[in-house]
Design a protein around this ligand. Structure first.
Ligand code: HEM
Length: 271
């Protein structure tokens, strides 16, 4: 098959392990021969920087995914989560959540966290000392961001171990093709994680002074934008999103960074 024909026949909903392991030849073919690619289901896959940039800046483009998510997830926890978190929403709701979050992510507030992050790194490295062979993802790459984001949301230590499992289950359900088992585990993860966060939010509401921890949670619960506060469901789902967005991405960044530097190749493929 010619490169052009290969590019045209690409289907994002049917990617295989070869694509996950080394997507670059496919992406290059798409960029060169079919940059505005239509998948068989009608969705569009862009591979050129300028095109993506244009879409991101075009105000007529929307992030709302209620219709496709209703079809994919049905009504249930995954649907509620992915249609309530800010990422799949548009103004005015998106603006409200974004403004509230922004107050917790100012350069000053982040600078205040530097020494905490340094302490966590030192602590994790100390634990590796003399350990011999270790799994970098579970021993370091997943722990560092989990600790930091848990601190920002005030997630108690005893729950932190479970966050990665929740996150993989919830984000994994966004893959183009998912089995019923993975949908079930995603739905369960939203429910369990949601219940945990709901208790945390209630506790925080009753203790508005806090102890300096959970800066982000505080901004989300007590913050107000144009007279609007977030309700309990919006709070829960955006906290879940933040924990997922804040740690899974960074874990992969560190693991892939280390792998590339060591001349290794990693891939993540759902079990
Ligand atoms: C290597 C690390 C990261 C990568 C690669 C990454 C990637 C992304 C991407 C691609 C988006 C935009 C998705 C879209 O709109 O289509 C996004 C949005 C977002 N990310 Fe990250 N992210 C990273 C780390 C983080 C961290 C550490 C946090 C928070 C602690 C975070 C919080 C968010 C939030 C809140 C949004 C939604 C923004 C909005 O809709 O206005 N991310 N991220």
């Amino acid at each position: 098959m010619s490169d052009r024909a290969l590019a045209k026949s690409f289907d994002l909903n049917a990617i295989d392990l070869d694509f996950i392991t080394d997507p670059y030849p496919t992406l290059r073919r798409l960029r060169e021969h079919d940059p505005l690619h239509f998948n068989p289901d009608g969705s569009v896959y862009l591979t050129r920087y300028d095109d993506v940039q244009q879409v991101y800046q075009d105000k007529s483009m929307i992030s709302d995914k209620q219709a496709p998510f209703a079809e994919k997830f049905g009504q249930g926890p995954l649907y509620t989560h992915h249609t309530t978190s800010l990422i799949f929403n548009d103004p005015p709701y998106h603006t409200t959540v974004r403004k509230l979050l922004a107050t917790a992510f100012t350069p000053r507030k982040l600078a205040e966290m530097e020494s905490l992050i340094g302490d966590i790194v030192d602590d994790l490295l100390d634990q590796l000392d003399g350990a011999g062979e270790v799994d970098f993802v579970s021993a370091f790459a997943s722990k560092l961001p989990t600790e930091v984001i848990s601190f920002m949301l005030g997630v108690p230590r005893e729950f932190r171990e479970r966050l990665r499992g929740f996150s993989l289950a919830i984000l994994g359900a966004l893959d183009p093709v998912v089995t019923t088992e993975r949908l079930d585990s995603g739905n369960n993860a939203v429910e369990e994680f949601g219940a945990l966060l709901s208790d945390l939010i209630d506790h925080r509401r009753r203790n508005p002074e806090g102890v300096g921890q959970g800066e982000v949670l505080e901004a989300l619960i007590f913050g107000e934008f144009e007279g609007r506060r977030l309700d309990q469901q919006e709070l829960i789902q955006n906290c879940i999103f933040l924990l997922n967005a804040g740690h899974e991405t960074t874990t992969s960044l560190m693991a892939n960074g280390l792998g590339v530097n060591a001349g290794l190749k990693f891939h993540h493929w759902p079990e």
